[in-house]
Design a protein around this ligand. Structure first.
Ligand code: UD1
Ligand code: CA
Length: 453
């Protein structure tokens, strides 16, 4: 059976007060529309269709080829929005799942249940409902005595009795496609707002004498819809809790989940401990038995096993195993630290490879360099890699001892087993097993003593 999703994302999202289209606001590092597409992916068989309108260009650009898009212009309501997909879909699908794109906590399993309900439904519609004390402006679900749904009544037209109904329309539907296209043309224009409401299809089915089934959701949290930035932060908190719980169930220790920010798409293996105030962003992969944080920010990076990352920042960088890093270390794009590397406080590494066992304890900058195994980088060492126009490379062999405060003026090669004296300014290649020293300080004049006896 062919099942296709139509996601509605044409609305303006006025209450977000933002230049960014609502569905592109992120939760746990991914836009709302990403969450909607992710949830729907498992219960559909065809490429989804996103109905765009406000901010269409930006949304289309973001979607790339992950979805087809249709433009709804002007926006005349949710029913009108689904109509825009008719020409693309008619005759090409058996079921149509319609979802609003601003419910990032909706689970894939919930939508799967909805589709299953419709597969067993003799009528043309199945819909998601939830029972909640706070109606949040949702439409009320009016059931018939036999349990099927009679109609959905929007809050602003509901009678006092209807307002008391606690079962709410969540905004997720599965339709029989053949029935849907015809029904959409039969929706009456809403006299008050001049819009075509998708919810009116329920009443049409009832009038046709066809049953509408409801799938009652048990987790109200999944139905948090984003209309303002307050809702956005509510969803962020709920999503963070959900993600952290999943990692904990997978064997990761999280000391303080409330201050641990792990984005969707981060992977962490068993027995790793995440300390408080740690941010794991993007496509980050972390192996086993590591201690990450406190106070660390890691983006798009890879960490092997048994590493320590204390109060440090990594971006597009890689650690192999048993690396000990921080506090206050920074790895930038292309930094790669081998096994047992030690990188202490206030160091920065960019586009460089530090081979196994390299020690770089304090205050150094290493850029565009390859450093051989077991080499020691003394405090305050700088690779002077930039001449104002171009970046140049530094290559240091294994077992080298770079003295404190050495300036390595690139392009430069230092052979294995060599040493540089403290404060050396090295401008020429150094052969293997060679000691170089630079400009030792010499006396220039005698100074008057400052403190008079
Ligand atoms: C809708 C439902 C309501 C339900 C609630 C759940 C209708 C008439 N009402 O109300 O029963 O309880 O959602 O959140 O459907 N959109 C378009 N084009 C349009 C209008 C809307 O694409 O012309 C999109 C919006 O971008 C949004 C979604 O449809 O993603 C829902 O629209 P919205 O105006 O927020 O509907 P509600 O008033 O919340
Ligand atoms: Ca809404």
């Amino acid at each position: 059976m062919r099942v296709t999703a139509v996601l509605l994302a044409a609305g303006q999202g006025t209450r977000m007060k933002s230049n960014l289209p609502k569905v592109l606001h992120p939760v746990a590092g991914k836009p709302l529309i990403w969450h909607a597409l992710d949830a729907i992916s498992r219960s559909t068989t065809e490429k989804p269709i996103v109905v765009v309108g406000h901010g269409a260009d930006e949304v289309i650009k973001y979607l790339g080829d992950s979805a087809f898009t249709v433009l709804q212009q002007p926006q005349l309501g949710t029913g009108h929005a689904v109509m825009q997909a008719e020409s693309l879909l008619k005759g090409k699908t058996d079921l149509v799942v319609v979802c609003y794109s601003d419910m990032p906590l909706m689970r894939g399993e919930t939508l799967q249940k909805l589709v299953e309900t419709q597969k067993n439904n003799k009528g043309p519609i199945s819909m998601l409902t939830v029972v909640a004390d706070d109606p949040r402006g949702f439409g009320r679900v009016i059931r018939k005595a036999d349990g099927t749904v009679e109609s959905i009544v929007e809050e602003y037209v509901a009678t006092a009795d209807q307002l008391k109904v606690k079962e709410l329309n969540v905004g997720g539907y599965c339709f029989d496609a053949n029935w849907l296209w015809d029904a959409l043309h039969r929706i009456p224009k809403n006299p008050k707002k001049g819009e075509y409401y998708l919810t009116d299809t329920v009443e049409l089915a009832t009038k046709d004498g066809l049953p509408v089934q409801a799938t009652l959701m048990d987790d109200v949290e999944e139905t948090i819809g984003i209309n303002t930035r307050v809702h956005l932060s509510d969803a962020e908190v709920a999503m963070r809790r959900r993600i952290n719980q999943q990692h904990m169930l997978n064997g990761v220790t999280i000391i303080d989940p409330a201050s641990t920010y792990i984005e969707v798409g981060v992977s962490i293996d068993m027995d790793t401990v995440i300390m408080p105030n740690t941010y794991l962003h993007g496509k980050t992969e972390i192996g086993e038995g590591n201690v990450i944080g406190p106070n660390s920010i890691i983006r798009d990076s890879k960490i092997g096993n048994h590493c320590k990352v204390l109060a440090s920042v990594m971006e597009c960088a890689e650690l192999e195993d048993y690396v000990d890093m921080g506090p206050f270390a920074r790895l930038r794009k292309g930094a790669h630290l081998g096994n047992h590397v030690h990188m202490g406080n206030f160091g920065e590494v960019k586009d460089s490879h530090l081979s196994d066992g390299v020690k770089m304890g304090h205050f150094s900058y290493i850029g565009n360099a390859q450093i051989g195994a077991n080499t020691n980088i003394g405090a305050g060492t700088i690779t002077c890699n930039y001449d104002g126009e171009k970046k140049h490379n530094t290559k240091i062999g294994e077992d080298v001892f770079i003295g404190s405060d050495t300036m390595l003026v690139a392009p430069l090669k230092i052979g294995k087993g060599s040493r540089t004296g403290a404060g050396a300014v090295v401008t020429k290649d150094v052969a293997e097993n060679t000691l170089v020293v630079g400009m030792p300080a010499r006396a220039i004049k005698k100074l008057e003593p400052k403190i008079k006896k």
